[in-house]
Design a protein around this ligand. Structure first.
Ligand SMILES: Cc1ncc(C[n+]2csc(CCOP(=O)(O)OP(=O)(O)O)c2C)c(N)n1
Ligand SMILES: [Mg+2]
Length: 482
């Protein structure tokens, strides 16, 4: 702790001195080489139609730039629209602001929606003029294999829940590219703070189907000792912080961790995943602002899948989705086709480079669609049309798209496909059968691992539970050792 305080003071002192230096240099416009952060050429122009629900028009690709003391350059930038008198400036804390005689409110939205970066078209063919990070045959095949594995795992666990063998499940159908391609662009040292729809990241990092099954069945081999609901995976070894379903709480955790990675000078970043619904939580806003101000190396990956249970995005935000919020907080941001594995891979690869190399946060809004129900407790046909689901499941399927691309490259064929599918299915069924046979953790485990010495109220609760089990054994699971 002492070390943390000492280091944070140093960092703050360093920041303050940098700030002083920058504000002196910043008499010149922000596009000077000193203070202008260019986006990389990777994010060059994208000239392909991609319509998202509610999108009215497409615009030329806009470069997103973030700049400390944006207000300093504002006087010059806004000159044409606001008729600024650049001779009359307010020397305001944080940067100079030009005065204008015009009373003009900033529009609530820009005329054109932020376009969406993609590499592959709907048929899995590279679009003209694309720019992306090359993916080797080995990485492309592993991405595809893991996406198919995730889909198969989801199908089988979903069925297992329907058969009453596990209590709950959440699928990632339709979001396999966001899961796997983003993981592929990270390194094992990057700390992941997930929501609950990103098991593909764990899969990529080597979590086995048996480990997934042990968690879902809450058996003795589960790292959470059966105390968490199914799908709350976590792995110390794989730098994957345990899932918490409380929406968006992982975001401030990720920022705090990123800040500590910065203080320790680590060559790693924090990465956090969340849904469109999560952006309505206060934690999202606090996290983005904190990360921007403290220049924390964190990548925010928003899976904008159109729905937060039954709430459509049109009821979630009035702005142009999530991407525009980054700029408001001073966070460099990009909108990406989340169903295009190559675009996801490239954007996350570039984001990681910037986050660590320039010590800054990056926001990625990945457009996709939640093809499955929200969870096994939901029936999404009650609030959205079957045609809508079908269109996304067929025309935009990220797995089909990547398959077409690897086939086009001569890296995959029908034989590989059937071998993969039958292997994964066999492994999954085997994992489930095994997990079901493993003993459950004992009742005593419910009360351990929080306190070194359990306090009296916890001991009392344990005694009461044991008494209750003795009196009403029929109301408790028979397979949990008491
Ligand atoms: C703080 C909090 N509020 C409400 C909920 C109930 N809840 C669980 S999931 C969810 C929707 C989240 O939607 P989104 O963030 O878009 O993620 P998605 O499920 O679409 O992947 C809600 C409201 C919760 N778990 N935590
Ligand atoms: Mg959502």
């Amino acid at each position: 702790m002492a070390l943390t305080v000492k280091n944070s003071r140093n960092v703050l002192a360093q920041m303050k001195s940098n700030m002083g230096l920058l504000s002196m240099i910043n008499q010149s416009p922000c596009n000077s080489s000193v203070n202008h952060y260019h986006t990389t050429p990777l994010m060059g122009p994208v000239a392909k139609d991609f319509r998202i629900p509610g999108a009215n028009s497409l615009s030329p690709f806009t470069l997103f730039t973030a700049c400390r003391f944006e207000s300093i350059k504002a006087g010059k930038q806004l000159d044409s629209i606001y008729t600024c008198d650049t001779n009359q400036v307010l020397d305001f804390p944080g940067g100079k602001v030009a005065f204008t005689p015009k009373m003009r409110f900033i529009s609530e939205s820009s005329e054109e929606r932020v376009p969406c970066y993609r590499v592959l078209d709907d048929n899995g063919q590279p679009i003209t003029g694309n720019s992306f990070v090359q993916v080797s045959e080995e990485v492309a095949k592993k991405m595809y294999t893991d996406m198919v594995t995730l889909q198969t795992m989801d199908t089988i666990f979903y069925e297992a829940q329907r058969q009453g063998r596990i209590s709950f499940y959440v699928t990632s159908f339709g979001e396999e590219a966001i899961n796997v391609a983003s993981a592929a662009a990270l390194t094992a040292d990057d700390l992941v703070f997930p929501q609950y729809r990103e098991p593909g990241v764990l899969l990529w990092r080597g979590f086995s189907l048996q480990e997934f099954a042990n968690q879902c069945f809450g058996n003795k081999a589960d790292y959470g000792k059966g105390r968490q609901m199914p799908i709350h995976y976590g792995s110390n070894k794989l730098n994957y912080v345990t899932v918490a379903s409380t929406v968006a709480t992982q975001l401030p955790h990720a920022v705090g961790t990123a800040y500590s990675l910065k203080m320790d000078g680590k060559d790693a970043c924090a990465v956090t995943y969340f849904g469109d619904g999560g952006t309505s939580e206060g934690d999202f806003h606090a996290a983005l602002n904190f990360a921007a101000v403290m220049e924390a190396p964190v990548i925010f990956i928003c899976r904008n899948n159109g729905w937060a249970i039954s709430t459509p995005i049109s009821d979630q935000f009035r702005s142009d989705g999530v991407v525009v919020r980054g700029q408001a907080y001073g966070v460099r941001s990009i909108r990406v086709d989340g169903n295009d594995a190559l675009a996801m891979y490239s954007a996350v690869h570039a984001a990681r480079k910037m986050a660590i190399g320039e010590q800054r946060p990056i926001l990625i809004e990945a457009l996709s669609y939640r093809v499955g129900h929200h969870s096994t407790s939901d029936d999404s046909t009650k609030y959205r049309s079957v045609d809508e689901i079908k269109w996304w499941r067929t025309a935009q399927d990220p797995i089909n798209k990547l398959r077409k691309w690897i086939e086009f490259n001569g890296w995959w064929n029908d034989e590989d496909e059937s071998e993969l599918k039958s292997n994964v299915r066999k492994q999954m069924l085997h994992a489930i059968q095994n997990a079901e046979k493993v003993e459950k953790p004992p009742v005593a485990d419910l009360f351990t691992d929080v306190y070194d010495v359990p306090p009296s109220n916890l001991r009392e609760q344990e005694n009461r539970l044991r008494e209750s089990i003795q009196r009403h054994p029929q109301d408790y699971p028979q397979d949990v050792p008491v």
